[in-house]
Every structure is written in C-alpha cells, then in structure tokens.
Design a protein around this ligand. Sequence first.
Ligand code: SAM
Length: 539
Amino acid sequence: MLSPGEIEDPQITSEQLLSLKSDIRIIDMLEELAHKHCPSQFQDIEAGGKVSKSNEKALAFRDEGRKMLRQKNYIKALLAFTQSVSNAEDQSEMLGLAYAGRAEVLFERGYFTECIQDIERAMQNNYPTDLQAKLLEKKTLAEDQKPTQPPRRYHDDIPTLPHPNPKIPCASQQVDIQKDQFGGKHIVANTNIEAGEIIAVEKPYVVAIGTKPSQRYLHCHECLELCYNLIPCPNCRTTLYCSDKCKNTARDSYHYNECDLCQFDFNELLSVKTVLKGLKQLIDGSENGQFDGAVYKSDRYEEIQELQTNKEKRSVRDLFEAANEACIIDHFLAKYSDFFSKTQISSERLKELLFHHYFNTTLNKISVEKTKKNSIDTEFHEVAEAIYAFSSLLNHHCYGNVTPVFYGGTLVLKAARNIKSGESCTLTYRNFNFAEYPKLVRSHQLWKLYQFTCTCEACENNWPIFECLNSGDVEKYQKLVEQIKTALSPASLDVGGILKILLKKVKEFSASEPTKVDVNVKRIFCDLLKFNGNKIVDF
Ligand SMILES: C[S@@+](CC[C@H](N)C(=O)[O-])C[C@H]1O[C@@H](n2cnc3c(N)ncnc32)[C@H](O)[C@@H]1O
C-alpha cells in the first residue's frame, strides 16, 4: 500500500483540501494524486493474490502442531493447530484432521469439554474412517475425565449497573452527556460519585482483533472472549469465532462483505466494520428504531456516526491516508464482492463513509486489554481495538478519574477516585499521565493523536513528573505495600480485602497536587480493579 510519505506534495495544504468543502471532492483530488505517484498500487495488492484457504498450508501448520505437541510445547501446538483449522478448506478431510490434532492438545492440558467439541467437529468434517475408532476412544476418555475439569475463567461475572440511566441505558443515572465549545461532548457527574463505583457497563459496537497469534488465535473475533478451540469462518482464513452464535452474528452484521476483503490479507479494520454494520442497520431500518435524540444507545449506528472526527484539524498526511484507504476498500469491494448490487450504495457514498469513519474510529478507538497481576505490578496486553458509543465520550485528563476494566469485550467504567457533582468524568488516553510523561511530551502526543491542547489541572498548574512530587507518608505506604504483597500471595489471595483498604485511602485524596504516595496508591487501586476483568490464563 502506498505510504503517505511517498505522496507529500508541497503544493497542497490541508486548508486548501478542506476548502473543497465536500468530502468526495477531497477524496477525488487525493485519489488523482495517488494515481499520479503510484499508478500500480491496486495491482500491487492484487498481485499478492487472493489468499484463500489452502489445505497445503493447513497441512504445514498441522505438522508444526504435531511437532510442538511431541515437544510438549502446548501453547505453540495449540496456536499451530488453530491456524491449521483456519486454513483448511471448509468440510475437507484436512479440517477434520486439524480439529483432531487440536483435540489431542486440549486433552493433554485437561480441557476435556473443548476436546470433546473438537472431536465432534472432526467427525463432522470427513475425518478419515480408518482413524475414527481411535479418536472416539479419546472422546470416551475425555468424557470420563470431564467432571474433573476445574473451572478456568477468563474473567469474573460482568457486573451490572445498580441504577441504569433511563436516557443512557449503558450508563449510571449519576452521569449525563453534556456539550461545550472546548471539549465537545463529554460526561459529567450529576451527583457525587465515590471511588470504585460503576459508571457504565457497555458492549462494543465493533471490535478489531490484533494481528499477533496470541491475540488472533486465542480470542473470539466477535465477542473477544478467550477461547482455546475457535471455529473458522467457512470462507476466509483470518476470522475465527468461539461459537456458531458469534459466527452468525458477525456474518449477518458486517462480515458478509468484510470476508471478501479478508481474502486479500487486509487486517480487520474498525472503519470498514463500522461502515458495513452501519449500512446494514440503516438498510434494515434498524431494529432499534429511529434516532430520536432522547435515548443514547450503544448498539445504534447514529450514535457512532456522530462521534467526533476532528477532520478540520487533520494534516495532509492524515487526509491522504483516509482517502487512500477509502479508495482501496471501494476498489476491492467493487471487484470482488456483491456489496454494490446488494446495498444499492454508490461508490461515492461508500468512499465518503469510509473517509468519515477512518477519522472517527482512529480518534475514538479504545484498546481492549487483559492483565496479569504480579504482586504489586501489573502486566497489560492488548487483545483488540474497539468502538464504544458512550465510553468514547469521556474526555482526557492527565490524572483521569475513571478507569476502564474489560470483561471479554464488555467495558466497565469505574470511578478511580471520588468525583464531585458537576465534575467531568475523564480517562487518561493511552496512559499519557502527568506523573510519567512531562507536559511537553503529553502535549505533543495528544495533539498528534487527538488534535487538542489539554487544559486539565495537571497541565494548567504544571504538576511535576513523579520524581519531583512531594513524597507523602512514605512509612505508611511501605507498610501498605507489604500488606498488598501478603494479600496477593497465592497462599492468601485476598483481593477484596486489600481493595477495601486501598479504597479507604483513595477516598481520602485531596483535590490538590497529588503526592508520590497518592499516585502509587491510585495506580495500584486501578490495577486491582482490573483483577476481576480479563486475565491472562496460562494454557
Ligand atoms: C474520544 S473523543 C472524546 C469525546 C469528544 N469530546 C466528543 O465530542 O465526541 C476525543 C476528542 O475529544 C476532545 N477532547 C478530549 N479531551 C479533551 C480535553 N481535555 N480538552 C479538550 N478537548 C478534549 C478532542 O477533540 C479529542 O480528540
């Protein structure tokens, strides 16, 4: 794909482009430039060929899986067999063999329920007749052992909102959506909210799984739940689900045409999913009813379409990248799918929507994480990126008062400290917090990624970075750290108990510049809140 750097044209400024007024004129002009500088870019992508399912590739992954299984490297074996499953042609004997290989790994690790499911899938997919008796023996063994399988949970039960807001069903009635000329839409507390209280429980509109094997081959691409025996899309070799239910939901809402793009090795793109899902809702006359402005819904396209884009503040590079991506997707959908005949949407309209959602998804996407708690430190691993209609409305603060906790793809927002009535509820975008990053670095990054100048207390009052803050009561803090270490030791895992102690301390924070101890206590408190959400479960 042509990179924006290759096309920088000193003759064009973003002001000139934006003065063209309509998006399609901007896109057309940039498309013309792209053709001038790189006339063969579509052919270059096509030359890579349609990367369809291939039994040859599936066999290579199966061989790798068997090798890893012999070496007792179970996680690598699992990843290789899942890639064999995703590459094998639908209903082929190879698919049956791939499932059977994975069943072997699952059996070894004590995942008997999943093992039985995979054996049944192998039998439904032309598993060789002469090998069936042995596989069924394994199934009997797995059934015998199934009752001994301990529950292994990726996260606790998803919390429910104690008092849902009638105007914003995913949020607490303690918050409202407000709008001003500086920060646009934002979320404001309409009453005092105490640290630890739930502000929202929201499902994503769309998600795009990461590209690493540990992301792509271990989580459902629709609901993001951890799953060790994913099932494939029957057509493309990149997309996998935890169940037929998720597979059908994805197919019916956006994957019906995304699948045609996946065959060209485009990574799953939030903008494309949003446009396809949104158009489907609009064409179907949205089962959620027309947008009336009275109720803010997380699963309705209108809310997503309205999210901010900052298009008028974008650089030529950004405008170019958005236009180029829109033209490429348009070209591939036109040539390799039935999108245009099925939807009756014009190419211009599609490009405009892709252009709009390129900006609106890059600006509003939230990274879905799983964590691993190592005593007082926490490791964070990204699983996917997702768009949330309500949670995207929280503005940034360099010492935010809300923290996100993920349960699969569901995002639970909790107060990270006390929030006063009338105060904005804020997140710290990409963890650009004042204690770790000097103001200059934060300002630069926030402008580059989000096109705004932060005016939070930390920025306005030049709060110093961690090393230069007042210490606070270090002696008490050291005692607390010892308590936390004991509470989190495997012998006496007592997260609830230690959270209560931390909560008391967090509630005592004053509104002024925090001390080193305050910053550390808040960080540990927020990390511990994540303890109930997505965890890394060792296979
Ligand atoms: C994820 S959106 C937040 C919701 C947004 N305010 C809206 O109206 O949709 C991020 C954008 O909100 C604005 N924003 C967020 N935090 C801000 C802040 N502290 N000061 C000014 N603008 C802010 C910026 O335009 C930023 O690019």
